[in-house]
Design a protein around this ligand. Sequence first.
Ligand SMILES: Nc1ncnc2c1ncn2[C@@H]1O[C@H](COP(=O)(O)OP(=O)(O)OP(=O)(O)O)[C@@H](O)[C@H]1O
Length: 241
Amino acid sequence: MQNYNVKVEKLTKNYGKKAVLKGIDFTAEKGEIIGVIGKNGAGKSTFLEILMTIKDYNDGKVVVFGNNLKEIDQADLGKIKSNISAVLQPTQFYKKLKVKELLDLFRSYYGSKVDLKEIIEEFELQEHLNTFFDNLSGGWKQKVSLAIAFSSKPRLIILDEPTTGLDPHMRNILWESITGYIKKNDSTVILSTHYMDEIELYCDKVLFINDGVTEVFDTPENILKSGHKSINSFYLDKIAK
Ligand SMILES: Nc1ncnc2c1ncn2[C@@H]1O[C@H](COP(=O)(O)OP(=O)(O)OP(=O)(O)O)[C@@H](O)[C@H]1O
């Protein structure tokens, strides 16, 4: 069995005549947290949506859990989807439910795979169980969304800018949840972020998309070893070129 959850080769995606992704190469192994960075409009969300199997692509190869997405039938696609969770933005769609009701809803959807007690303890949700999702702060909304995403024990978790707009303390709390989950489960997290400190602190690898291609795909350690004082200065140097 392959030890990667996702493998992407020469991926291209156009919107009409506009080429957004022009050749992405990428591999995500089990147990890895991978950060995707790039300018606004670089195609990060598009890339994540293709991995989630909710957006089609033009050319290249996308393999998820060993299945080439262009070669599988609906039944296989269903199996793949049931092993992927995502937190996209904005997290508006649960508005009118209490946190407890939301968790119950997802348990009824995923069935016995979900241990609500464990999730509530792990994410320290007790104090907000009776709060309406809409009335939570931005950070707590993200925390509850993460708890729901993790509750089905997915093999692949996709997070689109999970910490945007949150204070450093809440960002740290969310990251502890993410890294804690990955340590306990043989899963992969792929996320986009504009916070370069998060790449340095928490990600095993970083994919830098520039002009539609994989400009760099490496570990933060290797990038720093190559002479950059931080991932932020690496990013600014690359963008300026
Ligand atoms: N459904 C769509 N139809 C047409 N163009 C689109 C569509 N979705 C995205 N785009 C365009 O594709 C490009 C990439 O968008 P995408 O949202 O993937 O970038 P991003 O890197 O996630 O950006 P950001 O960092 O600002 O969130 C942008 O120019 C965007 O306007």
